[in-house]
Design a protein around this ligand. Structure first.
Ligand SMILES: [Fe+2]
Ligand SMILES: [Fe+2]
Length: 297
């Protein structure tokens, strides 16, 4: 049997100044909202006032967020296991908050659908590109870690999960949903929850950015793997936005697909630029990176 080394009772202790530990502290401070505390009574009334087209628009968006949150809740564990196996205690401590938050996001959208009285099957809103990402690519990249915990496999999983699904798709989706709800002044419960989600997701994406920077620093050839994977996924974001906006039609809420597309492409470019900064950095610099530098809200 392998002899284990304890961290907390050694001179190492806990890396209290490290980025993942600071993120863990932040999650405990600001990530404790409870979906059950949100009042959806106004949302319920607003829902009934919408016409059928508007209801369909909202349902399409919510069904994609709901299933997306379910998928990331179910698919995260192999990454936690890989991190724990390497004895990266502070990262695992942060990941406990990460998984807890994804579970709350899943609960949140179910509560929204319940408030609308929607009990039917919404999977017909899941377009071909959506299915490709959430039914195939994401579970494939994450479950690979059950048997392959190489730096390439971990980087591949994090690119798909943190950079693409969270950093491009969710960030774009939540940004536009938030703007639309704010502008139209409807559904205060949904708006409140999406505000929390945006902040939670910024920590998740922040962790993924740290993880990929660490991997690139420890294994420089990983950078090319990461960039190739990002390049491969980019067109799927474009396809997904086109499909979800019914090929260029402006939604009945006035959402413009062109704007979503520009935003998503900008997100992709920002993520790639932040990762490129890891090249040539010392590992200590990556561990001491600030939350604001990585865009954590
Ligand atoms: Fe989430
Ligand atoms: Fe997330």
């Amino acid at each position: 049997m392998q002899t284990r080394t304890m961290s907390t009772t050694s001179s190492r202790g806990l890396l209290e100044d490290s980025f993942p530990y600071r993120l863990y502290q932040k999650a405990k401070r600001v990530g404790t909202w409870n979906p059950a505390d949100i009042d959806f009574s106004e949302d319920q009334k607003d829902w009934q006032k919408l016409n059928t087209d508007q209801q369909q628009d909202i349902l399409r968006v919510i069904s994609q967020f709901q299933a997306g949150e379910e998928a990331v809740t179910l698919d995260l564990l192999p990454l936690m296991m890989a991190v724990a196996k390497e004895g990266r205690l502070e990262e695992e401590m942060f990941l406990t908050t990460f998984l807890f938050e994804e579970a709350k996001h899943t609960e949140f959208f179910r509560r929204v659908l319940n408030a609308f009285g929607e009990k039917g099957d919404l999977s017909h809103f899941h377009t071909p590109a959506y299915r490709k990402v959430f039914y195939e690519i994401l579970p494939g990249a994450m479950s690979r870690l059950e048997t392959d915990q190489s730096p390439e496999a971990i980087a591949g999983a994090s690119v798909v999960y943190n950079m693409f699904v969270e950093g491009v798709l969710a960030e774009t989706g939540y940004f536009f949903l938030y703007q639309m709800l704010k502008k139209s002044g409807i559904m205060p419960g949904l708006l409140e929850g999406v505000g929390h989600l945006k902040r939670d997701e910024s920590r998740h994406i922040g962790y993924g950015t740290f993880l990929l920077q660490r991997l690139i620093c420890e294994h420089p050839p990983i950078y090319e793997v990461v960039m190739a994977k990002m390049g491969e996924l980019g067109p799927l974001a474009i396809q997904l936005i086109h499909e979800s906006n019914l090929d260029g039609e402006v939604s009945s809420f006035g959402g413009n697909p062109e704007e979503s597309l520009n935003f998503a492409q900008k997100q992709l470019a920002i993520r790639m630029e932040v990762l490129a900064r890891a090249k040539g950095k010392k590992i200590e610099e990556i561990y001491s990176i600030s939350e604001s530098e990585i865009g954590v809200l």
